[in-house]
Design a protein around this ligand. Structure first.
Ligand SMILES: Nc1ncnc2c1ncn2[C@@H]1O[C@H](COP(=O)(O)OP(=O)(O)OP(=O)(O)O)[C@@H](O)[C@H]1O
Length: 609
C-alpha cells in the first residue's frame, strides 16, 4: 500500500471532484436505505389489514425523513398510504440511481484524468532518460509500464476507491438501521458475510494468478506471431514454415489449456457466489421467521422483508471486498514498478548552470576514455582530436573500432569516463543539452523513419520549414527524383502502413532530414553504406557544397577520395592509429592505404563485369 502514496498528489489535484464523488455515494446510499423501511411499513400494514390479525407490540424505528413522511400521511386512507409508498419507492430508486450516475461521473472520470496525467508523467520521464537506460530495459517492459501498470493503478484510483467508499457507506447505513431495529437478528444474519468475503478474496486470488499466467502466455504468443510476420522473408528463404508453425502451435496449446482451466474455475465461482448470496437471504428469512413466531421478539413480517433487503444490499459490496482488495494489491505492485522507474535519475542531464551558447563548431576531444556501462567494453581509449571550425573530418576504421561511440559522445548520449569533449572551448557538460543537440545534425547508422509522410519525416527536427526547403534537402540528398515517382510524391506514407523504402532510400531521406536543420555541425554515421557508387558520388558532390562553412564528421567504411577532407582519422580498438590527409595516409602504407587498394580493386572488377 505504501507505494500507492505516490498517487496522493493526484487525489489532491482532483480533491473537489473526489469530494463531490464521496457526497454522491453517501446520497445514493441514503436514498437506497429508505426503501427497506418503506417496504417494511407496507408489509406490516397489509398484514395488519388481514382478517384474524393479532396486533404485536412492536415499536418501529424509521429514518427521520421516512418518519416525517408517515406523520404527514397519518390521515390518509389505507389505499392512499400504499400508493404513496409505491411512488416513494419509485422516486427513491430513481434518485439513488441518479446519484450513482453522478458518482461514476465524478470518481471514474477522476480516475481517467489521473490515468492521463500519470501516462504523461511516465512518458515525459522516458524522454529524459539516457541511452544506457534504454539499453537495460526491453521495449516490452517499457510499453507495459505506460499501458498495463498505469491502467492497474487506475483500477485503484477509480473502481476500487468507489467500491470501498460505497461499501463503507452501505455497511454504515444498513448496520445502523438493522441494529436499531433488532440487534440480535442483525448479528445472526450478518455472521456469514465475512465468510463470504474471505472465500471470494481467496478464489479471486487464484483467478488473478491464473489470469496473469494467461496474460503472459498471450503476450508470448503475440510476440511469436509478430516475429513471424516481421521475419517472414527469412522464414520462407530458410524453408522454416513448418518449424515455426510447430513452435506457434506449442505456445498456442499452452495458452488454450490455461484459458480453459480459468473458464472452469469461473464456471464454478459465479454460480457459487449466487448460491452463497441466496443462502444468506434464506438464513435471514429462517431466523427472522423463527423470531417472529417468538412472542415479544419485536420481529414482524415487515422486519423480515426489511432485513432481506438489507442483506441483499450488503452482499454485493461485501463480495466486492475480495475483488477490491486484490485490485489494490495489483495497483500497489504496479505503482511500485512505476515509482522505481520514475525515481531513476537520468545519467545525462543539464548541469545546474548550463549555458546556452550559439556554437561555431570547434570540436575538441581531449584524452577521452569511454567504457560502456553494461558490457564493460572499453570503446574509446585516450582519444584526442582537434577539429577546427569548418573542418571536414573522416573517421575510418574496422567494425567495432569505436566510430559510432565517438558520435554518441559528441551528442552527449553518454558522458566520457575520463577526459573531456568541448565545443568552442566549453565542455559539453556545461552546455544545455537541448541546445547542444539542436546545433548538431546527426544521421545515424541505423536509420529510423516514422510511420508518416515523406515530408513529415524530413521536417521532423525542423517543423516550421517550408516545402521548398524540404524539396531542396531531398535534392542535396539525391532522393528527390525517387520521391516524385511515388504515387503520393512528398505526401506518400512511409513505414509500416505505407510504401516500403529500400535501404538506400531510407538513408537518403534520413540525410535530407539532417540537412534541413541546417546546423553548424554535422555528423554522418556510415550513412551511405546502402547507396550505389554513382549516387554516392552525386551525394558527396552535393554535400561538399552544402558543408562548405560547416564542421563535418563523416564516419565511413569506404574511402571518399573525391572529398577533400582536412583530416582522415583511422581508428582501431578505440585508438587513433593513423591521421592525416589522403595522400599522407596513402604514403604511410598502413590500414588506410590497404583499404584504398581493396576499394580500387573492387571498383575495377565491378566495372569489368
Ligand atoms: N550501446 C552499447 N552498449 C554496449 N556496448 C556497445 C554499445 N554500442 C557499441 N558497443 C561496443 O563498443 C564497441 C565500439 O562500438 P561502435 O559502435 O562504436 O563501433 P563502430 O566502429 O561504430 O562499428 P561499426 O562500424 O560496426 O558501426 C564495440 O565493441 C561494441 O560492441
Amino acid at each position: 500500500m505504501k507505494h500507492l502514496k505516490a498517487v496522493n498528489k493526484y487525489f489532491w489535484k482532483y480533491r473537489w471532484r473526489f469530494l463531490l464523488g464521496f457526497i454522491f455515494i453517501i446520497l445514493s446510499n441514503y436514498f437506497k436505505i429508505i426503501q427497506p423501511q418503506i417496504t417494511r411499513f407496507v408489509v406490516d400494514a397489509v398484514e395488519s389489514s388481514l382478517p384474524g390479525y393479532t396486533p404485536k407490540n412492536v415499536s418501529s424505528h424509521y429514518d427521520p425523513l421516512v418518519a416525517q413522511m408517515f406523520r404527514s400521511a397519518a390521515a390518509f386512507t389505507f389505499n392512499q398510504k400504499i400508493v404513496l409508498c409505491g411512488v416513494v419507492l419509485l422516486v427513491t430508486a430513481l434518485v439513488s440511481g441518479f446519484f450513482l450516475f453522478l458518482t461514476r461521473q465524478t470518481i471514474i472520470v477522476m480516475s481517467r484524468l489521473i490515468e492521463y496525467d500519470q501516462k504523461n508523467e511516465v512518458y515525459s520521464h522516458y524522454q529524459l532518460l539516457d541511452s544506457a537506460f534504454y539499453k537495460r530495459n526491453s521495449t516490452g517492459d517499457l510499453m507495459n509500464r505506460i499501458t498495463e501498470d498505469v491502467s492497474r493503478v487506475r483500477m485503484y484510483t477509480g473502481p476500487a476507491l468507489m467500491y470501498f467508499i460505497n461499501l463503507a457507506a452501505t455497511i454504515g447505513f444498513c448496520v445502523t438501521y438493522m441494529v436499531r431495529e433488532n440487534p440480535r437478528l442483525t448479528l445472526y444474519v450478518l455472521a456469514p458475510l465475512p465468510l463470504l468475503a474471505a472465500i471470494i478474496y481467496f478464489i479471486n486470488n487464484i483467478i488473478h494468478r491464473k489470469s496473469e499466467r494467461i496474460q503472459a502466455l498471450l503476450s508470448d504468443l503475440t510476440t511469436a506471431a509478430q516475429e513471424s510476420y516481421s521475419g517472414i522473408r527469412v522464414i520462407k528463404s530458410f524453408v522454416q514454415e513448418k518449424a515455426m508453425l510447430g513452435f506457434f502451435d506449442k505456445k498456442s496449446e499452452e495458452y488454450r489449456a490455461n484459458a480453459i482451466g480459468l473458464a472452469k474455475l469461473e464456471a464454478v465461482y459465479f454460480p457459487s457466489m449466487s448460491l452463497i448470496i441466496g443462502l444468506s437471504t434464506l438464513l435471514t428469512i429462517m431466523i427472522g421467521g423463527f423470531y417472529s413466531l417468538t412472542p415479544g421478539s419485536g420481529v414482524t413480517t415487515g422486519t423480515i422483508a426489511e432485513f432481506v433487503m438489507y442483506v441483499n444490499m450488503l452482499t454485493f459490496p461485501v463480495s466486492a471486498i475480495g475483488w477490491t482488495a486484490s485490485m489494490v494489491q495489483r495497483a500497489s505492485a504496479s505503482q511500485k514498478r512505476l515509482n522505481e522507474f520514475l525515481q531513476t535519475e537520468p545519467a545525462i542531464a543539464n548541469a545546474p548552470k548550463a549555458i546556452d551558447p550559439v556554437l561555431t563548431g570547434h570540436i575538441q576531444f581531449d584524452n577521452v576514455n569511454f567504457v560502456y556501462p553494461d558490457t564493460g567494453i572499453h570503446a574509446l581509449k585516450d582519444f584526442s582530436l582537434d577539429i577546427k571550425k569548418g573542418e571536414k573530418v573522416a573517421i575510418i576504421g574496422r567494425t567495432g573500432s569505436g566510430k559510432t561511440t565517438l558520435a554518441q559522445l559528441l551528442l552527449r548520449m553518454y558522458d566520457p569516463g575520463s577526459g573531456s569533449i568541448s565545443i568552442d572551448g566549453t565542455n559539453l557538460k556545461h552546455i544545455e543539452l537541448r541546445r547542444l543537440r539542436e546545433q548538431i545534425s546527426y544521421v545515424p547508422q541505423d536509420v529510423f523513419l516514422f510511420s508518416d509522410t515523406v515530408t513529415g519525416n524530413i521536417r521532423f527536427g525542423a517543423v516550421n520549414t517550408s516545402f521548398e526547403d524540404v524539396v531542396k534537402a531531398t535534392q542535396f540528398a539525391s532522393v528527390e527524383k525517387e520521391i516524385n515517382q511515388f504515387s503520393g510524391k512528398f505526401d506518400t506514407m512511409i513505414g509500416e502502413r505505407g510504401v516500403t523504402l529500400s535501404g538506400g532510400q531510407k538513408q537518403r531521406i534520413s540525410i535530407a532530414r539532417a540537412l534541413i536543420k541546417n546546423p553548424q555541425m554535422v555528423v554522418f554515421d556510415d550513412c551511405l553504406s546502402a547507396v550505389d557508387a554513382s549516387t554516392e558520388k552525386e551525394i558527396i558532390a552535393n554535400l561538399y557544397a552544402f558543408l562548405h562553412h560547416k564542421t563535418a564528421i563523416i564516419i565511413t567504411h569506404r574511402i571518399f577520395s573525391l572529398f577533400d577532407f582536412d583530416k582522415i582519422v583511422v581508428l582501431e580498438n578505440g585508438r587513433i592509429v593513423e591521421m592525416g590527409k589522403h595522400q599522407d595516409l596513402i604514403a604511410r602504407n598502413g590500414y588506410y592505404a590497404y583499404l584504398y587498394e581493396q576499394q580500387q580493386l573492387q571498383e575495377h572488377s565491378e566495372k569489368e563485369s
